[in-house]
Design a protein around this ligand. Structure first.
Ligand code: ZN
Length: 500
């Protein structure tokens, strides 16, 4: 009886009360701003997935979720679901010498990829132009030798060089048939950006996930190493008799990442076993190389915006729970390959069949104030027309954005639909939408800072996600999955047609 009275009271105050506060009023710009500046501030050090910085940010979010009135929804009565990232990389103990000079792995020399190798071979100096024709008519004998080639345009050539990695691939293709012992690309100081990018990738290595414990253990590929050597690290000139030696080993280990999971029980006992899932990712790119003196890649838009939006939505839902229950998930290590959402879909805390809809946001606070994108809203990426209709109706009623659907097209060169945490859920047959305000020049740079976020727009995007979720939560029947749904992607990043 006590409980029933409570239900009536919530219904009266939260949903139908004519002169009381609409729960959407709990979504306030002041809260969003304060949370955003904290989560995307330099003290959070860019929240890189699989680091202590991500852990610290995750503890902060869990504390704020508790303050917002959300209950723990993770493992063992906590707000957390930890999962292991499988890491794999070239060991920093690997050794390389060039002309007798020892090069420091990670500082003077960098590997491209994780290839283990033992090399002791004479150097053959070549230009890219000399090597270009090697596939058809070898003009240089490089068999069993270490090809040393400088990353530079040929004299008189004014067209810009391809990226270091693409350039090295063309050299590799040109000489592969001759089976050289190694390719050593000398990187001049002018190409510092390219060097920095590879240097940032080196300690990180590659990341993988084994969410159902079925992956085969990874074995290193053994073969011809591709090495980048910083030109300024080489002292003197290379003698004609110089050799390259290399002992390159790999290492693998696990490091945890974490999903933060919170919930609000539904108020209708008949529907409380079903869930509206609000989704964000808390991680970003961490501390990397400086650009214009700033080495913290804060990820304010990507994705502190949705992370703080979920806290605000949580305050609104906690104040007036819907008929269905609500789940709030901040997915870990999204930037390392949708790791947290892929893990959750294989290890869900509620049955996937009980999730009525996934409302994912990624980057909610930039670009034109009145335009926003909804992905998963047009065929073939639309997996629930009824859910799309609910989201569009919520926009018409509450937020009135002009909805840009062009980025949902399978022809769009960015492939945006494939790049956030709704994707594993959609693959698993859960109705899913992706809210975004799309790309901008600060994307994945140290300049994605909180002072560049349009807080008013973030608040409207937050209200749109909330209003959509409230509609789902209150609906008599949950949105159906479209059997025609296809994960169809007609072009890859380079614009090549992929077919079906
Ligand atoms: Zn993101």
């Amino acid at each position: 009886m006590q409980w029933l009275k409570h239900v009536v009271l919530v219904a009266a105050v939260g949903i139908v009360g004519a002169d009381s506060q609409d729960p959407i009023e709990h979504i306030r710009e002041s809260d969003l701003r304060a949370d955003l500046f904290a989560l995307a501030g330099d003290q959070m050090r860019g929240r890189e997935g699989g680091t202590l910085d991500e852990m610290a940010a995750s503890m902060w979010i869990a504390e704020r979720a508790r303050d917002a009135g959300l209950l723990p929804g993770g493992d063992n009565g906590t707000y957390f679901q930890f999962f292991p990232l499988e890491r794999y990389r070239v060991s920093a103990q690997s050794t390389v010498t060039l002309g007798g000079q020892a090069l420091r792995m990670g500082h003077d020399v960098l590997p491209d990829g994780t290839t283990t190798a033992h090399v002791d071979a004479p150097v053959v100096m070549a230009s890219a132009a000399q090597l270009a024709g090697s596939a058809e008519s070898p003009s240089l004998d490089v068999a069993g030798k270490a090809v040393v080639v400088r990353y530079a345009s040929a004299p008189g050539v004014t067209t810009p060089l391809p990226s270091l990695r693409a350039w090295v691939r063309t050299i590799q293709r040109a000489v592969a048939a001759q089976e050289p012992a190694a390719i050593v690309a000398i990187v001049p100081d002018e190409a510092r950006d390219q060097w920095n990018r590879s240097a940032a990738a080196f300690p990180r290595g590659s990341y993988a996930l084994d969410p159902d414990g079925t992956a085969e253990p990874r074995v290193p590929s053994v073969g011809m190493p591709l090495l980048y050597v910083r030109e300024s690290a080489i002292t003197g000139t290379l003698a004609a008799s110089a050799r390259v030696t290399a002992a390159i080993t790999a290492e693998s280990f696990q490091y945890p990442s974490v999903n933060i999971i919170a919930r609000v029980p539904g108020r209708d006992p008949m529907l409380a076993g079903e869930y509206v899932l609000y989704s964000a990712h808390q991680d970003h790119d961490g501390v990397r190389y400086p650009v214009e003196g700033d080495d913290i890649w804060n990820g304010a838009d990507d994705n502190a915006t949705t992370s703080v939006a979920l806290l605000a939505i949580g305050r609104a839902v906690a104040a007036a729970p819907g008929r269905r229950s609500s789940l709030f998930i901040w997915h870990g290590a999204e930037e390392r390959g949708l790791m947290g959402s892929r893990w959750f879909v294989k290890n869900p805390v509620v049955p996937l069949s009980a999730i009525a809809a996934v409302l994912n946001g990624d980057m909610l606070g930039r670009n034109e104030p009145d335009t926003a994108a909804l992905l998963g809203a047009t065929a073939p990426h639309r997996n629930s027309p009824e859910l799309v209709a609910m989201a569009l109706a919520a926009n018409t009623a509450v937020t009135k954005f002009t909805v840009d659907s062009s980025w949902d097209s399978p022809d769009h060169r960015e492939g945006w639909y494939y790049r956030s945490d709704h994707l594993p859920y959609a693959r698993a047959g859960v109705p899913a939408l992706f809210f975004s305000t799309l790309l901008h020049p600060d994307y994945h740079t140290p300049f994605d800072n909180p002072d560049r976020i349009d807080i008013g727009k973030l608040a409207r995007m937050t209200r749109w996600m909330y209003a959509t979720g409230r509609t789902v939560s209150e609906a008599e029947t949950r949105p159906a999955v479209d059997p025609e749904f296809k994960l169809e992607r007609c072009r890859d990043y380079t614009g090549n047609y992929c077919g079906n």
